[in-house]
Ligand binder design. Sequence first.
Ligand SMILES: [Zn+2]
Length: 264
Amino acid sequence: MNLDQSPTAQQQNPNLERLIKLQEVDKIIGQLTELIQEQIPRQIKALEDDFTSDLAKLKHFDEEVSLLSKQKKALEAEVEDTKVKIAKAKLKLPEVKTNVEYRAILKESDNFERRILKIEDEQLELMEKMEEKALQRPSIESQVADDKARLDKLKAEMEVELKSHSQRLKALNEERSGIIGAVEPDVLASYDKVRKQRKGVGVAQVKDGLCMACFQIIQPQLYYQVRTTMEIYQCPHCDRYLYHIPEPKPENGETGKKRSKKKE
Ligand SMILES: [Zn+2]
């Protein structure tokens, strides 16, 4: 056999030629499936999480405001209650017999008055906090609204994208059915098995004596056979089906021009 002779694409094993095409289709099917099942849901989930966290933040904020409001009401009630106590104490004054009693009642009223002053300080502090909260709420609300808008926008875009990906996937699966119908069942089973075990790739180019998928050296004898016979071979290291693309020969005047593969 002439060692210089490179097989042309027409001499390729028909099963191998179909497997190469199948590999191209499977690669795109894999990418689309990853997009549909992983990437797009992950993007949506990330925005949904943002939105959920915004809502939780707003809820927590409103709970704090509600707590302040309860504290404010409790203080108001205490002021009213204390005022009543002062009035009652003062009512007792006309009935007082001794100076000791008199001073005791005045002291009691005085304590009540001081408590009211203290409450008024607390109320002032509370109102400042509430005013601050009232100023903060719009920015939290707008964060919620912005994230909701982003989520809705993404969902709408993804719906369109998913539809187009699904249609493409359907077409590719039909194409795949067409291709596999023409591949020998044993070869196809082996291709599918390897593909599942080897990151979705069941066919590999062999170049300069190397399997371009596992990057192991192919024995010279096998490399020669892959290049020169119509048989179909598997990489002894990764089991992928091997194919060889003939290099253009400069002496034939084909420099820089690649031979196109003839499609079935
Ligand atoms: Zn290999």
